[in-house]
Design a protein around this ligand. Sequence first.
Ligand SMILES: *Cc1c(COP(=O)(O)O)cnc(C)c1O
Length: 374
Amino acid sequence: MTEFIPVFEPDLSGNEKLYLSRCIDSGWIGSNGNFVKQLERDFALFCNQKYGSCVTNGSAALDVAIRAMKDVYEWQNDDEIIIPSFNIISAAQSCIYNKLKPVFVDAEEYTWNIDVSKIEEMINERTRAIVIVHIYGLPSDVEPILQIAKKYNLKIIEDAAQAHGQTYNSKKCGSFGDISTFSFFTNKHIACGEGGIVLTSNEKLIEKINYYKNLCFTADKFVHNDLGWNLRMSNLQAAVAYAQFEKLNETINKKQYIGNLYHELLNGIPAKLSVKKTEYADNHYWIFGIVLNEDVKYTAKDVITKMREQNIEMRPFFYPMHKQPVFEKMRILDNISRPVSENLYNKGFYIPTGLNLTNEKIEYIAKQIKNLFA
Ligand SMILES: *Cc1c(COP(=O)(O)O)cnc(C)c1O
């Protein structure tokens, strides 16, 4: 038996410590520090957007993004936003906090991203935007989604929280949204514990974003016309995120190395693995996923339990949005079936891709997985 192998570990061996010590030595720990400004400027530029606004996390980024869009585009309560069903809850919850209705579209079997062919049937006269989420390190098929958005005059929110530095047909993920958002949570490709950023090239939107994330302060300080939130990021978080941004390529290379090695070692198991590439991108393997074939007797949960006994941590795939008890309780669900996301939840799980994983550990993990089917 090996020592415990966590599903993820960050690599903080770059300039993280140096930049943190600069914050502490100078006293600039708050949200007005230079690392915040530098990260906003340089990460926006990197993603071909004009403006960046650092926030406390990726979920908050969506909260403030959707709030700003609702204002600027004059959306009404109960207007609808299209979101992949196979997703984390953040985007759907941001819609609901902003009194908009999330509408869920099933996943595509091979890439696990939104099934583009199922978007149009969910559009009606109340539809206002599509949330593009790049799932697990592989971009969504952006171009046809942009065409649908154009045809129906919809806005694009791009949630690129799992796709820092990823590209679609050589264009950066994060460059496609009227607003694009990222998370800098511990397991993301740029990590600072907790953090996030909102990007846009629209001056009105960035003004609203900065307004709502900063308690809606006005020039007349402490006089308020609206209620917002305090979602400001500290310079300490930005210092770590900036150091991580500097070595994003290294992180992606390591993830791709791990992903390719798993593909070699797991070849032939009765399951679908994270696809290596599509015609528009190579997988960056934010996570390395496995979806068991239908005839395999185990569920994802069975495998996770068995692997935990071997000291390996694995995690389940997303639980579909259209099955969430909270949304059922709120009566916002329809009766449309979304079988692909349901199967992904039942049969899908992801395996360790920590940035300090050694070949030996990867081989050990692969061996334990193969033993399941022996
Ligand atoms: C991680 C993630 C979020 C939420 O980010 P937090 O920083 O954890 O709040 C939102 N959307 C996607 C697709 C994510 O992967």
